[in-house]
Design a binder for this molecule. Sequence first.
Ligand SMILES: [Zn+2]
Length: 249
Amino acid sequence: MNRTVCTSMLWSRAFGACILKVPRPPTSSVAWVVPVISLSSSRFHSTNIKFRSYLQYLKRKIKPLSGPPYPNVCQVGDPVLRAKAALVDPGSVLGPEVQEVIRTMVKVMRRFDCVGLSAPQVGVPLRILALEFPERMLDDCLPAARDARGLITVPLKIFINPQLRVLDGRTVKFQEACESLSGFSASVPRYLSVEVSGINEKAESVTWQVSGWPARILQHEMDHLDGVLYIDRMDSESFININWAAQNE
Ligand SMILES: [Zn+2]
């Protein structure tokens, strides 16, 4: 890994976004779009939509729409991201539905190179969060950045019905991003040190005290369970489109 990109990767990869990736085109309709002759023609536009709709219909006949948990990350505007997630019945944690939600969350988190994910982000309004900061991501970061931000590796952790307690009420601001607001980033104040308690994917009681970057991830994911996004807490002047500079090239 080229070390010159590490700093930018730090606040991109280290908080959920795949910022350095080339944005993917929408997967749902690209294959169906008829070559555009004149965008100003409303008649053509209408025909195009009808054509797409018919092809979408055929596509769905072959592969029916599936409900949540989704294999993708829900984007801002989706009501599920603004709802207060419900408690999970502890007796259902080992059941197939909850286990499927957890499996999907982990798969999506790894697929998008996120370091944390909440169940609402895969369309499930339940109080479940996952986090993981693997060695390879830490290796991408400069030593100075590791120290400044308190980066450490974190093996996969699942918290169900988590409760957060602030251990150190001082706050620190760093740039963070969210896969549910793909393409943007902002500086957000977070507490230095927190304790989270809840149950894990094996229905065991767990408590974890943590500082630095994992504490930031936890606070970000806990917010998702209450319908709060980082844009609600950000320093608004720091809000950026991560590709703003490239637009001027
Ligand atoms: Zn997020």
